[in-house]
Design a protein around this ligand. Structure first.
Ligand SMILES: [Zn+2]
Length: 190
């Protein structure tokens, strides 16, 4: 799935519990960080027509960041940095796995490549995960998921008074919430 969907899905997971801003950011990052193993694409594109092409993207994307080993590291990091440790660590584990699930169902490349996930890496490399029904990265189910999750994100922003924007700018976050509440009215406190 695309990084925006991963971000919004993880954000929604972070909002299933009442945890502070820092914890929400940590949980959200846990569902986004796996794709950091894709930064090799820069080196790959830059060297593609040279005599020494670096195939870091082809080789490491969906390998280094998409496995249980990294998942456990993320959980440990979230546990040590968050305020509501247990809840946040559990949500981070869920967000991380939803990322893998999202990729498993909807990340087939335009060339048909399935980007198998070596789930037990680095403990075992014996088998990798793929799903025969996997759809393409830009296929309609992904677009539908993105729109749906965007709707949920905006609803949560309206209702709870914070959006993913709080991770980059509180000012932008406040403006978005105010805009939504002007448009749809104030949420009724429960
Ligand atoms: Zn991914």
């Amino acid at each position: 799935m695309n990084p925006a969907s991963h971000l919004l899905i993880s954000w929604t997971v972070a909002n299933t519990a009442d945890i502070p801003r820092r914890d929400r950011a940590l949980v959200t990052l846990s569902g986004v960080i796996p794709d950091m193993d894709g930064v090799g694409i820069i080196a790959e594109l830059l060297t593609e027509n040279t005599s020494m092409p670096l195939i870091w993207y082809s080789k490491y994307h969906h390998v280094l960041g998409h496995n249980l080993g990294l998942g456990l590291i993320l959980v440990a990091v979230v546990f040590s940095l968050s305020i509501r440790r247990w809840v946040s660590a559990a949500l981070a584990l869920i967000a991380f796995h939803l990322h893998l699930l999202g990729d498993l169902v909807g990340s087939r490349g335009p060339d048909g490549y399935q980007w198998p996930i070596p789930y037990f890496f680095p403990f075992s490399t014996d088998w990798t995960l793929t799903w025969v029904g996997q759809w393409e990265l830009n296929a309609w189910p992904n677009i539908l998921v993105t729109l749906l999750i965007l709707g949920i994100t905006l609803y949560l922003a309206w209702k709870r008074g914070h959006s993913p924007l709080e991770m980059i700018s509180l000012k932008a976050d406040t403006a978005l919430v105010a805009g939504l509440r002007r448009r749809f009215g104030e949420p009724i406190a429960v």
